[in-house]
Every structure is written in C-alpha cells, then in structure tokens.
Write a protein that binds this ligand. Structure first.
Ligand SMILES: [Zn+2]
Ligand SMILES: [Zn+2]
Length: 356
C-alpha cells in the first residue's frame, strides 16, 4: 500500500511540474512560446543560410548563364528565320537590354551593403536598443540573425543574393526582381513555339532547316556538333525533326520549364514586394503594423503608417526619380545613385506610429 501511495505522489508531482512548465511557456505572449520552441530550427536555418549563401549566388549565376547560352544557340536561330529583320532587331535589342539590367542589378544587390547604424548616435530618433548588438537602434532598423548585425530599414535577409535587403540595396533588389521577371517571361514566350514543337513535330519547325544551312553549313549527311540530328531528310527528300530525345529538345524543354517556373514564383514574390513598397512598408514592418492594426481596431482606433507618403511618392523615394529625365537615367538605365537621406533619420508626416 505504501508503495502505491509513493508512486501516486511521484506521478502527482510530475503532473504538477509538467503543468507548471506548460504554464511558464504559455504565460507570456504566444509568439514567445512559438519562438522558444522553434529556436533551434531558426538557429539551424540561420547557420545554413549564412554558410550556403555563396552557393545560392553561384546557382543563380549558373542558371542565368545556362539560359543565356541556350537562348543564343537555340532560340536566336529560330527568331532569325521566323520574324522580319526589323522584328529580329527589336528582339535582340530587348533581350540584350534585359540581360544588361539583370546582371547589373544582381551584381549591385549582392555587393552593396544594406547599411548599418553607427555605434554612436546623437540627435536622432532612436527607438530602442538592440538586444544582440547592445547598440542604439534607429527607426526602421532591425537585427539580422544571419549577418549578426543591425541593418538600416531592413526588409529581409535574401539567401539568393547572400545579403540583407536594406536601405542602400533595396532598389537594386526590387529592380533585379522586376527585370528578372520580364526576362523569364520574355524567354518563355519566345521559346514556346519551339517547346511545343519538341513534342509535336510540325511544319513550323522545319523552317529551322534553312537556318541550319545558313548558320552552321548543315547538310543531312554531314551533321555534327551540338545540333546533330535536329533535322533529318528522308529518302523522299522530306525533312522532319528527329531530335525528340536529343540535346536540342532537352535544352529547349529545360529553358522553357525553368523560365516559366521562375516567372511564376518570382512574379508572385515581386508582386508582394510591389504591394509593400506601394504602402511604404518593409516585410518586417508589414508584420509589426498588422499586429498594431489589429490591436487598435479592438480599441476602435485607426492605424496610420507614418512612413507611407502615398503610392507615387513611395515609388519616387524607392527608385530615386523626380521627373521624366531622372526616371530614364535612374530607373530604365543602370544607375548607382544612392537614396536620399541616411536611413537613420525618418521625418514623419504625422505622429509616429499610431493615430486615433
Ligand atoms: Zn543588432
Ligand atoms: Zn542579413
């Protein structure tokens, strides 16, 4: 009997202790609990992002290079025989323009520091102290766990550029996303007839024969190199595509699927960032503002984002233009201009944060 009561008391104590543990975890805000539970996972993700960042950059560069190479080898000959020379010139101009803008903005997004607050701040609107850096933290500045430093107007840490997206490189990031979307959509549309023909050999594809004769001095009995086997001539003199499983078809299918997938995924991401920039918010501020919006709604108060200057002015500030001329030179052409301001002082139109 004594053993039974002893066991019962141990179970009772263990149950109470478990209850206390659960209460201690859920006593504070729910977010803190979730944060505590997932802390090891977050640590691992931060660690992996930090160490594999350079690999991600290499992957992006390799994918862009592969698409450009296949475009020149496989798609440009198709454009050459399909369209009028004037249309071909437009194609080549637009394609090269997009390539230039993508490469420029990707390089700048990866190599430009987002901006970090100075260790000593005087006469600025400091809102808090960073718990990890133990340094003053100005408005819109947040700590990056991957870079292990505070970042001015931090949006997020992007593994694809192995860099934080912040005050000084936000423009490069959004411009890269936009031009990359235009580029992948352009390649997807241009390669669609070829992609279609790789599965459905049709008359249209036979136009290639003329190009191959012209560009590569191709003959049915002396095929060689990369394009070997693309077009075959049978005993009746009729041409047909015989490359349904060859390198050419594989390249076209690869390019079309890759560009379509990137258009879709990056398009959604870009639209999300366009939405945020139009509202004068960063990704982090979107979460924080939403919390405050919900809290104030319960008190029947309205939330106003103090950094929202309106749709047009938000974009002017982000892209750094104020008239047509600066729009051309700062937005449509590669430009290394820096944003106005210092990323530390943020003059607000109305009382910071919340207005009844
Ligand atoms: Zn910090
Ligand atoms: Zn970072």
């Amino acid at each position: 009997m004594e053993t039974f009561f002893g066991t019962y008391s141990v179970i009772k104590r263990s149950w109470k202790y478990t209850g206390l543990c659960v209460k201690s975890l859920t006593y504070n805000v729910f977010d803190s609990t979730i944060e505590s539970i997932f802390a090891p996972l977050f640590c691992f993700v931060d660690f992996a992002t930090r160490w594999f960042g350079i690999v991600f950059v290499f992957i992006v560069s390799a994918l862009i290079t592969s698409v450009v190479t296949i475009f020149f080898l496989c798609i440009v000959p198709f454009i050459l025989v399909t369209y009028h020379p004037l249309y071909l010139s437009l194609h080549l101009f637009y394609g090269h323009y997009l390539l230039m803008m993508i490469v420029f903005h990707y390089y700048k997004a990866t190599s430009t520091k987002p901006g970090n607050p100075p260790k000593i701040l005087s006469g600025v609107s400091v809102i808090s102290i960073c718990k990890k850096c133990i340094l003053p933290r100005p408005l819109r500045t947040h700590h990056c766990n991957v870079c292990k430093i505070c970042c001015l107007k931090m949006d997020h840490h992007c593994p694809w550029i192995n860099n934080c997206v912040g005050y000084f490189n936000h423009r490069y990031f959004i411009s890269f996303c936009m031009f990359m979307c235009f580029g992948t959509i352009y390649v997807s549309f241009t390669s669609w007839p070829l992609f279609y023909d790789c599965y459905h050999v049709k008359e249209k594809f036979l136009r290639f024969q003329a190009t191959l004769y012209f560009l590569f001095d191709w003959k049915s009995d002396t095929q060689s190199g990369f394009l070997k086997g693309v077009i075959t001539v049978d005993t009746n003199g009729k041409s047909f595509c015989s490359d349904s499983n060859g390198k050419y078809s594989t390249s076209i299918v690869y390019v079309w699927i890759l560009c379509s997938a990137v258009s879709l995924a990056l398009g959604c991401l870009t639209l999300w960032h366009v939405f945020l920039i139009s509202r004068g918010e960063t990704s982090i501020e979107k979460l924080l503002n939403q919390k405050e919006r919900n809290r104030l709604r319960k008190q029947k108060k309205n939330f106003r984002n103090p950094f929202n200057k309106g749709f047009v002015d938000n974009w002017k500030e982000m892209l750094g233009f104020h008239d047509y001329r600066s729009f051309v030179f700062h937005v449509l052409l590669p430009s290394s201009h820096v944003p106005n301001g210092d990323g530390i002082n943020w003059p607000c139109k109305h009382r910071p944060m919340f207005v009844a």
